[in-house]
Design a protein around this ligand. Structure first.
Ligand code: TYM
Length: 330
C-alpha cells in the first residue's frame, strides 16, 4: 500500500482553505484501499507561533474535532498528535546534522519574516525564533519517518515538501538508501483557496472564513467577500471570481454548471453570495453539529489520539532504530 500523510498546525480555527486544500483531498485518499493514511496535529510546529498553554490546548482540540467531524475514521487512519511521537523529534536532530544551513535561509516563511524586517529597517532576525528557522527540518522528519509516498497539501507547502526531498537525498547519500522521496499531492483547482480579500486565505492575512462558523456569522462573512462592483454583470468572469472558486468546492457538479450559466447571464453579487452561503451551510450543517459535540467531550478525542500515537510508534520506533544503526549511534 502507498502511504499518505499530512498535518495541520493548531494556530487557529480550521478555515475553508485548510478544508479545501488539504482535508478534503486527504480524506478522499484515505477512503481508497490503495492508501494507508497517517494524519496528525502538528502541535510542536504550532508552538513557533502559539505560546500560551490554554490556547494551545484549545486549538489542538479544535483541529482534532474538525478532522473527526469531517469524517476521518480513526480505525482506518492513524490519527495522532505530533508531540506524542517522540521519534519524530529524535530524527529531527539527526536530519539537522545533514541539512545545510543555507537551505533554511531560503525557506519561504523565514525569508518572508527577514525580508519584512529589512523592509522595516529592523534587525534581520528580529522576532524570529529558532523554531521558525528549523521548522522545515521538523516537517521533513514528520514526512520521512513515516516513509510517506504522497503528501496532500495546499500550494503554500510545496517548498517544504521539496526541502524534505532534499534532506532525504542528503541523508541517503551519506548513509545509503534509507528514506523514500515523498511527492506532493496538490490539485490545481484547490491549490490556493482565496480569502475575503482575494489573496490566499490565511490566518496571517486575517482573511479567513472558519469552516464551522455558525450560520448567521457565516452569512455575514460571505457578504464581506470583496467583489469588484465594476464587474457585477461581467459574464465570462466566473473563473476570476472568489465566490465561484469557493462555490465549486461545496456544490454538486450539476449545481456548478448551473452556476456557470448564471454567471454568464450576469448574476448579481448578492445572489451569488446567497448561493455560496447555502452551499457551504448545507454541506457543513452535519459536520458542524458533530464538531460541537466532540468539542464537548475531549476525553473521547484524547483516547482516539492516544491509540493513534501508539499505532504510529509501532512503525516509527523500529525505523528509528534502523536509522540509528546506520549513523553508528547504536
Ligand atoms: P497549515 O496548518 O498552515 O495548513 C494546513 C493545510 O491547509 C493548507 N492551506 C491551504 N490550501 C489551499 N488554500 C489555502 N488558502 C490554504 N491555507 C492553508 C496548507 O497548505 C496545509 O496543507 N507546515 C504545515 C503543517 C505540517 C505538515 C507536516 C503538512 C507540519 N508537518 C507534514 C504536511 C506534512 C502547515 O503549516 O500547514
Amino acid at each position: 500500500k502507498q502511504r499518505v500523510l499530512t498535518g495541520i498546525k493548531p494556530t487557529g480555527r480550521i478555515h475553508l482553505g485548510n478544508y479545501v486544500g488539504a482535508i478534503k483531498p486527504a480524506l478522499k485518499l484515505a477512503e481508497s484501499e490503495e492508501f494507508q493514511a497517517s494524519y496528525f496535529i502538528a502541535d510542536y510546529h504550532g508552538m513557533t507561533k502559539v505560546q500560551d498553554a490554554e490556547e494551545m490546548r484549545n486549538l489542538t482540540r479544535g483541529i482534532a474535532a474538525a478532522w473527526l467531524a469531517l469524517g476521518l475514521d480513526p480505525e482506518k487512519v492513524t490519527f495522532y498528535r505530533q508531540s506524542d511521537v517522540p521519534e519524530i523529534f529524535e530524527l529531527t536532530w539527526i536530519l539537522s546534522c545533514v541539512t545545510p544551513k543555507g537551505l533554511m535561509n531560503r525557506a519561504h516563511a523565514y525569508k518572508a519574516m527577514t525580508d519584512g524586517n529589512k523592509g522595516a529597517g529592523q534587525e534581520v532576525d528580529h522576532g524570529v525564533n529558532m523554531g521558525v528557522y528549523t521548522y522545515p527540518v521538523l516537517m521533513a522528519s514528520d514526512i520521512l519517518l513515516f516513509q510517506a509516498d504522497k503528501v496532500p497539501v495546499g500550494k503554500d507547502q510545496l517548498q517544504h515538501i521539496e526541502i524534505a526531498r532534499d534532506i532525504a537525498g542528503y541523508f541517503n547519500k551519506q548513509y545509503g538508501g534509507t528514506f523514500k522521496l515523498p511527492e506532493h499531492f496538490i490539485q490545481e483547482q484547490s491549490a490556493v483557496v482565496p480569502g475575503l480579500d482575494g489573496r490566499k486565505m490565511s490566518k496571517s492575512y486575517n482573511n479567513t472564513i472558519p469552516l464551522f462558523e455558525e450560520p448567521a456569522k457565516l452569512k455575514k462573512l460571505i457578504n464581506k467577500i470583496k467583489t469588484d462592483s465594476s464587474l457585477p454583470t461581467d459574464p465570462k468572469d466566473h473563473d476570476q471570481s472568489v465566490i465561484f472558486a469557493l462555490y465549486r468546492e461545496f456544490a454538486s457538479q450539476e449545481e456548478v454548471s448551473v452556476m456557470k450559466d448564471r454567471f454568464r447571464d450576469g448574476i448579481s453579487w448578492g445572489e451569488a453570495k446567497a448561493e455560496l452561503f447555502h452551499a457551504i451551510n448545507g454541506k457543513m450543517t452535519g459536520p458542524r453539529e458533530r464538531y460541537m459535540e466532540l468539542m464537548g467531550s475531549p476525553e473521547k478525542m484524547e483516547a482516539i489520539l492516544a491509540r493513534g500515537a501508539q499505532r504510529a510508534r509501532e512503525t516509527t520506533a523500529p525505523f528509528l532504530t534502523e536509522i540509528k544503526k546506520k549513523i553508528g549511534i547504536l
